[in-house]
Design a protein around this ligand. Structure first.
Ligand SMILES: *Cc1c(COP(=O)(O)O)cnc(C)c1O
Length: 469
């Protein structure tokens, strides 16, 4: 039996009840504004207009001396903020590699914000920590990685690369009798880092932060798709970190892991995989073959906020031997109660953090195995349709469209850039430019669950229209 509530709470004379009422009204209003925003995406230009960007100036100025009602604050945000966003949550944003946000993840994110959990330790949030653990195991399973692999949910693939490479640095130096966490890198034995010529910039950033050096790397040449040439690898040994890529950010190409990994493993080399989006191909029976061999690595970095459409921010660092991640990241303090169970703060660079594992759990639970495979297959098929439509109109597709990435040239660099500018200004869809292997191209990355066949046809027509001189 529930205890009956006291009719006169000692706090009833305080503004608590009134505050709760106001808060409820505010949250309902926020939910309504958010739903109106999402429903309006289809009718607005994908890019923020110059007028909407200029109007953001209304929010500038010094911090007011006194309070503003939360309702006014929300009103200001929706009035000036919403129109100056990019319609990334819609179906026609093809820039960078940007997924949308699955409805289950978005809704879970609202709930998580209301929970206001600090997902640093189990004691601070049992729900957040258990949900994160379950989600990490689902990710391991979807990516077909070895049993026992474990890791951390971080902010993105940049932090996932950093975390995994910190584990690698620990492992290789411990092997050489050096405690890098205690003694730092000055005077430490050498570690060699081998990367592909088209490794993602975030990998170099991570190497720089770890004291391994952005430039102090051996670069392996790549082929005409950006794949590392297996026969151009330097001698590999147990003091080497080899960084492979699953999903080139321009072409979508995969380094030939099956040809490289067995010998690298035998040499005792630490193999790290930057698979920010491409590694998810393992979740599709149709595309799984592209990821063959990557399961032989020691660590992996990937993103929930790209192909799985979990919403920001959600990166995932994984290590075959999670105790090495722990050796690099663990934290203890007399005031932090820590038990026998896994503590997230022992596996990632942060202490206080939002419960982003909950949105990951919610999104994956809503998709299931087949739903994840369908996103991979549907977006890749949309990418092929873009490539076919552009080729049929006489434009050059520069890459083999193996997954969801298309690189197209509309002729000269100038003409290609003019086309992109016109397309972005026209507003039906949004694509960015790139310079890849000496060619200026438009990048089309189909990553969102929300993109429909109709979105593809509308966008293709807009592209062809923008390309006409
Ligand atoms: C996007 C991407 C990254 C960086 O990921 P963030 O989540 O933006 O930090 C790293 N590597 C590759 C291959 C990527 O596509």
């Amino acid at each position: 039996m529930a205890a009956s509530r006291p009719t006169h709470s000692p706090h009833s004379s305080l503004p608590g009840a009134k505050a709760a009422e106001t808060r409820t009204a505010l949250l309902k209003r926020a939910a309504r504004d958010a739903m109106d925003y999402l429903e309006g995406l289809d009718k607005r230009p994908v890019a923020a207009t110059p007028e909407a960007i200029a109007a953001l100036n209304a929010l500038r100025g010094p911090l007011p001396p006194g309070p503003t009602s939360a309702e006014t604050v929300l009103h200001l945000l929706d009035t000036y903020g919403s129109p100056a966003t990019m319609a990334q949550a819609g179906g026609r944003f093809f820039g960078y590699v940007i997924g949308g946000s699955l409805p289950a993840s978005l809704a879970a994110g609202w709930l998580v914000s209301a929970w206001d959990q600090n997902a640093a330790t189990f004691v601070a949030s049992p729900a957040a920590i258990v949900l994160e653990e379950i989600a990490l195991e689902w990710v391991r399973d979807l990516l077909a990685l070895p049993e026992g692999t474990g890791g951390a949910v971080v902010t993105g693939a940049t932090m996932a690369n950093l975390s995994a490479l910190a584990a690698a640095r620990h492992a290789l130096l411990a092997r050489a009798g050096w405690d890098v966490e205690a003694d730092g890198l000055f005077g430490a034995p050498e570690i060699r880092v081998v990367v592909g010529e088209e490794a993602h910039p975030s990998l170099f950033k991570a190497l720089g932060l770890l004291g391994l050096g952005r430039k102090r790397v051996v670069r392996v040449p790549v082929d005409g798709q950006g794949q590392m040439k297996a026969d151009a690898l330097p001698h590999l040994d147990a003091q080497t970190i080899l960084c492979l890529q699953a999903g080139n950010v321009n072409t979508g190409a995969f380094d030939p892991a099956a040809a490289i990994c067995p010998a690298a493993r035998a040499a005792g080399t630490w193999i790290h995989v930057d698979g920010a989006f491409g590694l998810w191909a393992a979740a599709s029976p149709e595309y799984r073959k592209l990821t063959k061999g990557f399961e032989l690595a020691d660590s992996w970095a990937t993103d929930g906020h790209k192909w799985p459409n979990i919403g920001y921010d959600c990166g995932i660092a994984l290590a075959r031997d999670p105790s090495l991640l722990r050796a690099a990241m663990s934290i203890r303090a007399s005031y932090l109660a820590m038990g026998e169970q896994r503590e997230p703060s022992d596996y990632n660079p942060e202490l206080s953090r939002r419960a982003r594992g909950v949105e990951l759990w919610a999104g994956l639970r809503s998709l299931g195995r087949s739903g994840m495979a369908e996103i991979i297959e549907r977006t890749s098929s949309h990418a092929r349709r873009f490539a076919a439509g552009l080729r049929a109109a006489g434009y050059e597709v520069l890459n083999d469209v193996v997954i969801n990435q298309v690189l197209v040239s509309f002729g000269s660099a100038e003409r290609t850039l003019r086309t992109i500018e016109r397309l972005q200004a026209e507003g039906t869809c949004w694509c960015g430019s790139t310079k890849w292997q000496g060619h200026t191209a438009m990048r089309i990355s189909v990553s969102s669950w929300a993109t429909t066949k109709e979105d593809v046809e509308r966008s293709l027509a807009a592209m062809l229209n923008a390309a006409e001189e």
